[in-house]
Design a binder for this molecule. Structure first.
Ligand SMILES: [Zn+2]
Ligand SMILES: [Zn+2]
Length: 280
């Protein structure tokens, strides 16, 4: 065993470096959000808290444990990308001038839009009764999500999500900096969607452009009532496929009726009752 590891020390070091990168990104973003909503802004933003309850510590430890496993699976796909590049079927280029800055921006935009579609459809597949309890139940055990829920996936779900960038760069060339920006945007939106506080501005759903972005309420409603809101970054797949939560817009307007910086908290006991009712 030891001699095997010694012979493959370089591969092991590469895998560990990718793992630390993926896991570190999760710990940084989730940890920072946890400190902001749990301590720094917990009172100031209390009128934007979607659920009144505070998740138990046991839930948070479970989320971190599963996120550690998920990061190991993500790192394995990252390692496959390194191998694939050596064999020439993974299209990563390191010189920006190869395709230029316009292509760099286009590749990043396409990666985000395609990932959103990939996530929506694989997410709906994971909700199929034949798959749900093997592949997606762990994520939904966090009925009231926290920033740490971001990577709390069953191994099958982690493999489906981790495979995306690998599959993408098999088809479309991407620069490492574009992949880095994609991953940063992904974890930021993912942690935000699970933070439990609606941080989007009032009127966002009435804006002609920003209404297509998902809010925190959007994904929180998915955890409360798993039949709706499967989207990740954008809301159009849910709108087009008729899977948007029927009360989404009303709930969003209600919780954002006061600006984030409002001094007076608005407590609405009816909102939580409605969320519980819709989850049953
Ligand atoms: Zn979630
Ligand atoms: Zn789900």
């Amino acid at each position: 065993m030891l001699s095997y590891l010694h012979d493959h020390l370089e591969e092991l070091q590469i895998w560990c470096a990718i793992f630390l990168n993926d896991y570190g990104r999760y710990l940084w973003f989730a940890g920072l959000m946890f400190l902001v909503i749990g301590f720094w802004k917990s009172k100031a933003w209390s009128h934007r808290k979607i659920r009144p309850n505070r998740p138990k510590n046991s839930q948070i430890w479970r989320e971190i444990r599963y996120s550690t496993y998920a990061s190991a699976i993500f790192a394995t796909f990252g390692f496959l990308m390194v191998i694939g590049e050596q064999y020439g079927f993974v299209k990563i280029y390191t010189d920006i001038s190869t395709f230029g800055w316009v292509y760099f921006g286009v590749s990043l935009t396409v990666m985000i839009i395609v990932h959103d579609a990939y996530f929506y459809w694989t997410h709906r597949l994971l909700h199929h009764p034949a798959l749900f309890r093997y592949a997606h139940v762990t994520h939904h055990r966090s009925h009231s999500p926290t920033p740490w829920t971001a990577y709390a996936f069953d191994p099958i779900e982690a493999a489906i999500n981790g495979a995306f960038v690998f599959l993408f760069v098999c088809v479309m060339p991407a620069h490492p900096a574009a992949i880095f920006l994609f991953m940063t945007h992904m974890i930021a939106r993912n942690v935000l969607g699970h933070c439990g506080y609606e941080l989007m501005p009032k009127g966002m759903l009435r804006h002609p452009v920003f209404k297509w972005l998902t809010s925190v309420t959007h994904h929180d409603l998915h955890h409360a009532s798993s039949r709706y809101n499967f989207g990740l970054y954008f809301s159009y797949w849910d709108k087009w496929m008729g899977t948007e939560h029927p009360e989404y817009q009303v709930r969003f307007e209600k919780i954002t009726q006061q600006p984030l910086t409002a001094k007076q908290a608005v407590n609405d006991p009816h909102a939580e009752t409605a969320i519980k009712r819709s989850a049953q």
